[in-house]
Design a protein around this ligand. Structure first.
Ligand code: MG
Length: 401
């Protein structure tokens, strides 16, 4: 038997080409020229993930057989004893995706082939339409429709409207203010307006971003029911999962949930009790392709579809992983997508291409994506304290962003 190909080094690439600090792991092997890439992006705590990879995971991984992905993942999860947190899950994902990339390269096949082959030629994507008022939102929805998108997320003023006109107390500190009750009124108005304007065929989505009190989220899900959303995203926070039963009991608005999930105990009851319709973890946040594949198969048994998290704070390597899962999963629903600026395509050759609202694979082996490390180094991550996650209600109370 030939001796196994082993991991010889684990490198971490930190780069910020487009307002999100991205973390990409590169695994080098004992076979000259053979390496793999994985996404470990937790943009708000990127230095903690970097340290977890370099100081803890790297010594654990060096010398291991690149072929033993499952065993490596299982051992990496329990090796720290304390587990299932965002920093460590992202670090493990970087290695897990890179090992899948290597396995695909060794097989000479795109990753979706190793998962079981394609169920579809491309993944339908949804784009984000926003605006300061209903007219601007409608114009942006129509712009995406002209580009061929069949699924469009409708927001007005981001997650909760602009704060300029809020009635704050004297001495109110700095922060990203919003009014949850005002948000409900305005978001409903925008969705109603767009549905009336564009007709029933285009699929509309909306993301609450866990910004409402649970009872207001239940009310919103009921009130929005006549406009036939494709799904309502993150109506509740992970801390309020028991409230999903109240939504389910009162309306048939399809529900999507999961980008904040870390731990299997968060998603398994929602799937088993059929309280949601789309499972949508940030794949690096749950630990990579290995657990995402398992959850997709598990959700399929319960009639629940996938809609993996896919905004700008997923690296292009992570988007490539999403795409391979999307092409394979029999229960794929839709893929979130934000088009990157040209610089990102230059930095990550093989970044998935979207044409006419569909994301297509490039059919190179593995994840099918590479990174220009010199160009990445020219755009280093900047250290700053995020402002948009310092969210407050009008009286100044800190709330979930
Ligand atoms: Mg979201």
């Amino acid at each position: 038997m030939p001796s196994p190909i082993t991991i010889t080094d684990v490198q971490t690439i930190l780069t910020e080409p487009a307002n999100s600090r991205l973390i990409v792991v590169k695994i080098l092997t004992s076979e000259p020229g053979l390496y793999g890439l994985g996404c470990a992006t937790f943009t708000q705590r990127f230095r903690a993930v970097h340290t977890a990879i370099q100081e803890h995971l790297r010594p654990f991984l060096i010398g291991r057989d690149v072929d033993r992905i499952e065993e490596t993942w299982q051992m990496a999860m329990v090796h720290s004893y304390w587990r299932n947190g965002p920093v460590l899950n992202n670090a493990i994902s970087g290695a897990d995706m890179a090992l899948w990339d290597i396995k695909g390269k060794r097989a000479g096949m795109p990753l979706y082939q190793l998962l079981g082959g394609k169920c579809r030629e491309a993944a339908a994507c949804y784009a984000h339409a926003d605006g300061k008022d209903e007219q601007e939102v409608e114009a942006n929805v129509r712009r995406f429709m002209e580009q061929g998108y069949q699924y469009i997320r409708v927001q007005m003023g981001g997650y909760g409207g602009r704060a300029s006109e809020l009635h704050k107390p004297e001495g109110a500190p700095d922060g990203a203010y919003f009014d949850p009750r005002d948000y409900v009124r305005k978001a409903l108005r925008a969705i109603e307006h767009v549905r009336r304007a564009v007709g029933p065929e285009v699929e509309l989505l909306h993301d609450i971003h866990e910004r409402l009190r649970p009872i207001d989220a239940v009310g919103f899900a009921k009130d929005v029911e006549p406009y036939k959303l494709f799904f309502l995203e993150d109506p509740l926070a992970p801390e309020d999962l028991e409230w999903f039963r109240n939504i389910r009991g009162q309306c048939a608005t399809p529900i999507a949930m999961g980008e904040l999930f870390n731990h299997p105990r968060e998603w398994t009851p929602l799937i088993q009790d059929r309280l949601i319709d789309f499972i949508r973890m940030h794949v690096s946040q749950m630990g990579g392709i290995t657990p995402a594949r398992n959850v997709a198969a598990f959700a399929n048994m319960y009639g629940i579809r996938t809609a993996w998290h896919g905004p700008g704070d997923v690296s292009p390597v992570g988007h490539a992983a999403n795409l391979h899962l999307d092409l394979w999963a029999p229960n794929f629903g839709v893929q979130e997508w934000c088009r990157f600026p040209d610089l990102v395509y230059e930095m990550f050759p093989g970044t998935p291409e979207v044409r006419g609202g569909y994301m297509y694979p490039n059919d190179r082996p593995g994840l099918g994506i590479d990174v220009d490390e010199k160009l990445a180094a020219k755009h280093p991550c900047k250290d700053y304290v995020d402002r948009w996650t310092q969210t407050r209600t009008p009286d100044g109370t800190p709330v979930r962003p």
